[in-house]
Design a protein around this ligand. Structure first.
Ligand code: SF4
Ligand code: SF4
Length: 284
């Protein structure tokens, strides 16, 4: 079993089109499980168009709730909360909890002298299950307005298969959800585009992967034919470039219409070369 995380320093670089293309490139030779961890904007299954195979599973997080009839408004819970998620208004005898700030650590619950706090489960997202040929596609999606992607990502990753390869479509950027989805991967592919913003954000993602000690390589997307700056950065960091997909209107049109099979056929030479290089890297 191998876990491959597909990352990009910034959104819109082509991470999901590569994830979907790799599913098509590998699905005839090994068991593939695709895990969409871009839970704030999951679109891998929109491209692959797998059929739903079982009902979605909701993801819950426990948040504290204060029973004001038992509470003495001492403020201890607010003082122990490292995330300023609780406010106690002693004079008004009122309590407030901001779920978006709460990390469900349970410290307030443990330290309340009146046992006035209970943890209650609240939905923060769901996980959906689709199938494309023999490939399972596990998609996480955060509830709108909920800023709690990590528990949804953890639930998606609980479906990593111990057979074949797992393709993990990570969120863009370098924030905590990216760390969550990439940590422990056998290999990461950093999708980069040769624009000034693309190169800037690629360097940040490289620093992150080095910090996480995840082995990785770079794939250049939307190449104009002159990728010398990315090549120089990769060479200086001793990172290999798995392959290149050119900037091309026809390919972009297939992608924007969600026609991933045509996109794959159109760039088959380049994508198969990336898949081969990856297979060699991972000894698949
Ligand atoms: S620690 Fe308990 S008793 Fe004190 S303010 Fe918080 S909920 Fe109320
Ligand atoms: S569970 Fe932890 S993070 Fe949440 S309000 Fe209580 S102390 Fe703060």
């Amino acid at each position: 079993m191998k876990k491959i995380a597909i990352l990009s320093g910034k959104g819109g670089t082509g991470k999901t089109s590569l994830s979907a293309s790799l599913i098509l490139a590998f699905c005839d030779r090994t068991k593939v499980t695709a895990l969409d961890c871009d839970v704030e904007s999951p679109n891998l299954n929109l491209l692959i168009k797998g059929q739903e195979v079982r009902s979605p599973e909701m993801v819950f997080v426990d948040y504290p709730r204060i029973n004001e009839e038992k509470c003495n408004f001492c403020g201890r819970c607010a003082r122990v909360c490292n995330f300023n998620a609780i406010v106690i208004m002693k004079k008004q005898k009122k309590t407030m909890i901001w779920d978006d700030l709460c990390h469900s650590c349970g410290a307030c619950l443990e330290l309340c002298p009146e046992k006035a706090i209970e943890m209650k489960p609240f939905s923060v997202g769901e996980v959906r299950f689709n199938q494309f040929q023999d490939t399972r596609i596990i998609t996480g999606e955060s509830d709108i307005g909920k800023m709690m992607p990590d528990p949804v990502i953890s639930k998606v990753l609980s479906y990593v298969s111990d057979e074949g390869i797992n393709i993990i479509d990570s969120p863009p950027g370098t924030s905590c959800p990216v760390v969550k989805s990439a940590v422990g991967a056998d290999h990461a592919i950093l999708v980069a585009e040769p624009s000034p913003f693309g190169i800037h954000d690629m360097k940040l993602a490289m620093e992150l992967l080095e910090e996480l000690k995840v082995r990785y390589s770079i794939m250049i997307n939307k190449s104009s034919g002159n990728d010398s700056e990315i090549e120089k950065i990769a060479a200086n960091s001793d990172v290999s470039i798995l392959g290149t997909i050119p900037f091309d209107f026809k390919g972009a049109e297939y992608y924007s219409r969600g026609e991933i099979e045509r996109y794959y056929e159109y760039f088959k030479v380049q994508i198969d070369q990336i898949a081969e290089a990856l297979a060699k890297e991972l000894s698949i």
